[in-house]
Design a protein around this ligand. Structure first.
Ligand code: PLP
Length: 498
């Protein structure tokens, strides 16, 4: 690579005295050094992504590299772009989490869509705050949010949603909106008065509901005790009869049921709750109906899946994560709200220094959530969706959902595996039965770590129905059926070492 910080003879030198040679004006760095280093960075990123399949899925960070990564001193003198790039190439990229690899099946983490990767530097180059205003970012966000609602089959009015850091923050926005709406319906204002002295506001989730629902309830001052756990049926879906009974009993006790949160794709098994029946109960009792579709909302696009999602369009709010199934580079979540005005009522607070007379009817995005300065998440989401198109998203969802079903069939055929839940989305929950064993839970709990350490596949575990389980989540477009056979063999081999 050429010298990226040559002595500049053409531009006026505006460096403060005593600074390093490359410590210069943004325009100069960008026009000269960044052009060259940026091309090199693009080549490194492409090489990294293209070669992932040939490398271990994951490997532990060696002690010396960990010490370097976490123990560095803040440099006194600034460093040149090409030096930084070399460090990133040799000391950062070799230690990925693993989710770019086609045999990564852990948690719910996808590979990055190449179009999303492509435009990330452009978002950084523009570096806007998408709080609001008349610039590309907020306008593009309006389109992207509308596209996401359309894909998921959720009704959309202008202003009815915003991008977030992830589904956890989307959930905070949706539940804060629900809380304020319930308070206003009861004739008081939770934002103004706080919750003290009011009847406890109760929310209903199943034990399969994601922890972000509980965290949001805690953060919003509702209290973990007011998150009531609804039992599930044999397929890990909400038992709606039990929900009805619980609401009745809570009303009799003087509590204030205000929200029920269903899942469209649980993290443990990918189950989709009976959304239509939950919508009926919510309507009967005037509850806010929230759906956590962070992972699974787009599963509705899979062939034959639509009946499982019937009722999603009746939700008051939906959290979904473009950084999951779609592969938008982390982080990008989305809160979708049936009534845009409700979210604005829960969050809008415009001080004099932020009044924008040209903001139009919808105002600023920062009036619909807690973030003021907001990154340009829409660009990578727009690029990913535009690159895939509706047909590409549908293909991806069908391909990965098909892999989950195929793995389930392989598991059912094998004597040494057991399927633990039906497959509804792209997650297969199962466990290994390595011969007569009195420690099945302990073995299955230890298997993920042992598989990960071998580097040929990556799987994570959970507890399902009181048993230690393995779960494989499929999100990668390049995963093949051959990779499923490798996974089962890796589990067998890893179990032998335990
Ligand atoms: C079903 C489900 N809901 C919510 C979340 C939280 O989303 P995030 O990690 O984007 O905040 C996850 C994350 O994996 C999830 O799988």
């Amino acid at each position: 690579m050429a010298d990226l910080h040559p002595t500049d003879t053409t531009t006026q030198d505006r460096r403060p005295s005593g600074s390093t040679a490359h410590d210069t004006r943004v325009a100069d760095v960008a026009g000269r050094d960044l052009r060259e280093a940026g091309a090199a960075a693009a080549a490194i990123a492409a090489e990294h992504l293209a070669g992932l399949g040939e490398r271990p899925v994951w490997r532990p960070v060696p002690d010396d590299e960990r010490a370097w990564l976490s123990g560095q001193e803040l440099p006194e003198r600034g460093r040149a772009l090409d030096e930084l790039l070399e460090d990133a190439r040799t000391r950062v990229l070799p230690y990925p989490m693993g989710n770019g690899h086609p045999r990564f099946f852990g948690w719910v983490n996808s590979p990055p869509n190449p179009a999303g990767v492509l435009v990330e530097p452009l978002a950084a180059a523009l570096n806007p705050s998408c709080a609001g205003g008349d610039h590309a970012g907020p306008h593009l966000e309006r389109a992207v949010v509308r596209w996401l609602a359309e894909l998921a089959g959720f009704p959309h009015l202008p202003g009815g949603g915003l991008l977030t850091s992830g589904a956890s923050m989307a959930t905070v926005i949706c539940l804060a909106t629900a809380r304020q709406q319930a308070a206003l319906a009861d004739g008081w204002d939770a934002r103004e008065e706080g919750l003290s002295g009011r009847p406890p506001m109760v929310m209903y989730v199943t034990e399969e509901g994601h922890s972000c629902l509980q965290k949001a309830a805690q953060l919003l001052g509702l209290g973990a005790r007011q998150v009531h756990t609804v039992p599930v049926d044999g397929a890990y879906r909400m038992d709606v009869g039990a929900l009805r009974t619980m609401i009745k009993e809570d009303l009799e006790r003087g509590l204030r049921p205000f929200c029920v949160a269903g899942s469209a794709g649980t993290v443990n098994s990918g189950a989709v709750d009976p959304l239509g029946e939950i919508a009926d109960v919510a309507a009967e009792h005037g509850l806010w109906f929230h759906v956590d579709g962070a992972y699974g909302a787009l599963g509705v696009l899979a062939d034959g899946a639509a009946p499982h999602y019937a009722g999603l369009d009746r939700a008051d709010s939906l959290a979904l994560d473009p950084h999951k199934w779609l592969g938008v580079p982390v982080g990008c979540g989305c809160a979708l709200l049936r009534d845009p005005g409700a979210a604005r009522a829960a969050f809008s607070l415009v001080p004099s220094y932020l009044i924008d007379d040209n903001a139009g009817d919808l105002g600023w995005f920062s009036e619909y959530g807690p973030e003021q300065t907001r990154p340009f998440r829409a660009l990578k989401t727009w690029a990913t969706l535009s690159h895939l198109g509706r047909s590409g998203v549908t293909r991806l969802v069908n391909h990965t959902a098909g892999l989950a079903r195929t793995l389930a069939a392989m598991v059912e055929e094998a004597d040494d595996f057991e399927l633990l839940a039906p497959v509804t989305t792209s997650i297969t929950a199962f466990r290994h039965l390595p011969g007569p064993h009195d420690r099945l839970d302990a073995v299955n709990r230890a298997i993920p770590g042992a598989v990960q350490a071998r580097g040929n596949a990556f799987i994570t575990g959970t507890r399902l129905g009181g048993r230690d389980a393995l779960r494989a989540c499929f999100l990668h477009p390049d995963t093949t059926e051959r990779d499923l056979a490798v996974l089962l063999d890796e589990i067998r081999l890893a179990a032998k070492t335990l």
